[in-house]
Design a protein around this ligand. Structure first.
Ligand SMILES: [Zn+2]
Length: 485
């Protein structure tokens, strides 16, 4: 290692002095020994502590636009600087800032249904936060009490001859609504394409509001800020218990109605006669600013350094849905692995022909806003990107998967070979439709957990396995480095 370095510097000085145009050939000095040493520098202990720290109260769940997110971004930038990776953001900084409105969800969210008891009486039944409902992540503050109208998928599509709001009165009322669309992409791909614009949360909320709806009971029982904020619309995400109670005594079943829509593509909307009261306490910040964090290792070949390998992960999560959303797996794990890979890669300065760019994206959870901004403001044009390795939710599992590995066999080969040589985990290539030379290194095959963790308060450090973080960071480092050589 030491000999190699001294040799490298001697060669560099020599070439600068005598042959200013010549560059040292990187492959001559990147020894197997140096590579293995940098790989072993990636430690499960360090990566686990990154995840633990990022998912703690300190960073407030990392909702893009909040101080908690900014602090996490600054912390990552400080590490990049410490490792002497170059800033690749705006004005010589590590940051690429973009407009990003956000909504804080405060304590005080409630859902109550007036449930019939016997012939005449009703019971005001309150529901439990998280087990039964979440306040909508982009709800306006306020409360609504009204009878509930079931509006199926909440779609108005004149060109498809379909309208869930036909023949129901919803002005000032609460609607109960399904997510997605009643078409399967596998069974009816043609039709799916036509219906797809109606599948987005944004569309459904806008359409509800356009019909005068005041409150939404949305059958989407996870925390999710990937939705538009609409002044005057109170949104709650509800699960089975609330849905069953709304349908109780109506003589109808929600599942049967959904099946009928899917089968006949005919609306089944009706006024349930149930009264609900919903309340959300939120604070909307239209002035929010998000940021991506970009760090760069320049390649040493005068031509090939213009080509780049990108390692990316989203740094953000859901913030607080009044309680902390830790996001340990989603995606503190990916961010931590990226950092481990970056630290090792920084030690390879001058030893790669191509350049390597690390990007921690903001606002993925708010609808991939950070990635969109990056694509519109690329510091390196996409045509020069030879590979993009994405790291997403990789804190649990025994086996490795390479997303889109089947679509990009050259990239898969590199990862597969390095896994066989150094990591020795079972590995498979997946097929994913995407737009460029992009793969995702993932983990699967974990023992099932006793609780739902995805976009809940339970995505905690307790369920993260240090060893898989270490292995994926090492594999990403080895693979990115080989692609950059
Ligand atoms: Zn997520």
């Amino acid at each position: 290692m030491r000999t190699a370095r001294v040799g490298f510097f001697a060669l560099l000085l020599f070439s600068v002095g005598l042959y200013a145009q010549e560059q040292p050939s990187p492959q001559k000095v990147l020894s197997e020994e140096a590579l293995v040493k940098a790989m072993h520098g990636i430690s499960s202990h360090t990566l686990y502590n990154y995840v633990k720290d990022l998912s703690s109260e300190k960073y407030e769940g990392r909702l893009t636009g909040t101080r908690g997110y900014d602090d996490a971004a600054q912390w990552a930038a400080d590490l990049f600087k410490l490792w002497k990776l170059a800033p690749m953001g705006e004005r010589g900084s590590y940051f690429q800032d973009f407009p990003n409105a956000y909504t804080l969800v405060l304590d005080g969210g409630e859902v109550t249904i007036h449930v019939p008891v016997g012939e005449k009486d009703t019971l005001r039944k309150p529901y439990r936060y998280e087990d039964d409902f979440y306040p909508g992540s982009t709800s306006d503050a306020g409360s609504v009490t009204s009878d509930v109208v079931y509006v199926g998928y909440g779609i108005t599509a004149p060109e498809l001859g379909y309208d869930d709001y036909n023949n129901v009165e919803v002005k000032g009322k609460i609607v109960m609504m399904e997510p997605e669309i009643p078409i399967s992409p596998d069974k009816q791909p043609e039709l799916f394409r036509k219906w797809r614009p109606y599948s987005f949360h944004d569309y459904k909320m806008k359409n509800a509001f356009a019909h005068g709806v005041a409150g939404v009971l949305y059958n989407y029982h996870i925390v999710n800020p990937n939705c538009v904020f609409i002044k005057g619309l109170v949104i709650t995400y509800v699960g089975r218990n609330v849905i069953n109670d709304v349908f109780l005594g109506t003589g109808k079943s929600r599942d049967t109605l959904v099946q009928r829509i899917r089968r006949d593509l005919v609306p089944v909307s009706f006024s349930t006669g149930r009264t609900a009261a919903i309340r959300c306490a939120t604070e909307h910040h239209p002035e929010g600013i998000g940021r991506n964090v970009l760090a760069f290792l320049e390649g040493s070949d005068p031509d090939l350094k213009n080509e780049v390998i990108i390692v990316g992960a989203h740094l953000d999560h859901l913030g607080k849905n009044h309680l902390l959303m830790p996001g340990a797996n989603d995606n503190a794990s990916g961010a931590a692995v990226l950092l481990g890979c970056a630290e090792a890669t920084a030690q390879m300065s001058g030893l790669t022909k191509r350049s390597v760019l690390f990007i921690l994206f903001g606002a993925e959870e708010q609808g991939v806003k950070g990635s969109e901004y990056y694509l519109a403001h690329q510091p390196i044009p996409n045509a020069r990107v030879k590979a993009f390795i994405n790291l997403e939710s990789i804190g649990r599992g025994e086996k490795l998967s390479v997303g889109a590995g089947k679509n990009y066999p050259q990239l898969w080969d590199v990862v597969d070979r390095n896994n066989r040589k150094y990591i020795h985990r079972p590995i498979v290539a997946d097929s994913t439709a995407n737009l460029g030379p992009t793969i995702g290194i993932g983990a699967y095959g974990a023992r099932p957990l006793p609780v739902a963790t995805y976009h809940t308060t339970r995505d905690k450090i307790d369920y993260i396995t240090p060893e898989i973080l270490e292995d994926i960071a090492r594999l990403t480092f080895l693979s990115a480095l080989e692609m950059a050589r």
